[in-house]
Design a protein around this ligand. Structure first.
Ligand code: COA
Length: 260
């Protein structure tokens, strides 16, 4: 499948998805959202893909937000649909069942910060910045930023970022737990690949169940989340991966997982 706003390539089991509108700092227009939905649907069907790296084209921006040219012309009903469509994409990414690493190579503002937050891990280059500047435009975050930011960094810091609309540096984002790691710009993609390879060495089935237990569990009361965890734990114990993982440990050899 070819895209107008994305570059897509699979290398060594990793799908590299690059938002490719560098002249507009990779702002997410309608087309980019539709293509990202299609792309993650394609990845969902691609058995050879064990993980995803999501980044932005050029050296300046990951994604500088939703496309303000389009936003400026939305009716209230269109705006609601736009928010729901963006939220659905973020949920698709979060519930892909495979790890997705945001390699944040510059501005991650508004929808860009929300996109990064929907990913499993965020690795940022030193020149990256993060922010939810929507209130400056007379709107609020609409791609679930009001929900994911407080879950990632706590309510107090999330409210500060959302209400003062000021961006924070990569280093500050790391300090508050918004990003997992900060690296030099040339190390960004290798660091994202390394992070994925570590995950990909483990049982794909256990990784999928762990993702589900964490993501769905965070939407539940703790006692319900624990029930879900126990069910997922039970499912793991029905898998060939579990038999292989435990046997490999006892035989003192690396496990060969098949994801079954
Ligand atoms: N939507 C549409 N176009 C955008 C955009 C967005 N979110 N962010 C940047 N662009 C466009 C600019 O309009 C400009 O286009 P032009 O060359 O045709 O005029 C181009 O990208 C380069 O941006 P520019 O503002 O010239 O770069 P800069 O280095 O001076 O500033 C930012 C960079 C990120 C600080 C600035 O572009 C910005 O504040 N962007 C909007 C961020 C935002 O509010 N996002 C949330 C949207 S809900």
């Amino acid at each position: 499948m070819s895209y107008e706003t994305l570059l897509y390539e699979v290398r060594k089991g990793i799908a590299h998805v690059t938002i490719n509108r560098p002249q507009k700092l990779n702002a997410l227009n309608h087309r980019a959202i539709v293509e990202l939905v299609a792309c993650f649907e394609q990845i969902g069907r691609a058995a050879e893909v064990a993980g995803v790296i999501l980044t932005g084209a050029g050296e300046k921006a990951f994604v500088a937000g939703a496309d303000i040219n389009e936003l400026a012309a939305l009716t209230p009903a269109e705006a609601r649909d736009t928010a729901l469509r963006g939220q659905a994409l973020m949920n698709d990414i979060e519930h892909l069942g495979r790890p997705v690493v945001a390699a944040v190579n510059g501005f991650a503002l508004g929808g860009g910060c929300e996109l990064a937050m929907a990913c499993t891990l965020r690795i940022a280059s030193e020149n990256a910045s993060f922010g939810q500047p929507e209130v400056k435009l007379g709107i609020i975050p609409g791609y679930a930023g009001t929900q994911r930011l407080p879950r990632l960094v706590g309510k107090g810091r999330a409210l500060e970022m959302i209400l003062n609309a000021e961006p924070i540096s990569a280093q500050e984002a790391w300090r508050i737990g918004l990003v997992n790691r900060v690296v030099g710009p040339s190390e960004l993609i290798p660091a994202a690949e390394e992070a994925l390879q570590k995950i990909m060495a483990n049982s794909p089935l256990a990784v999928r169940h762990a993702l589900e237990a964490v993501h769905r569990g965070m939407e539940m009361a703790e006692a319900e989340g624990e029930q879900l965890e126990a069910a997922m734990f039970g499912l793991c114990c029905a898998s060939a991966d579990m038999k292989e993982g435990t046997r490999a440990f006892l035989e003192k050899r690396p496990a060969q997982f098949k994801g079954e």
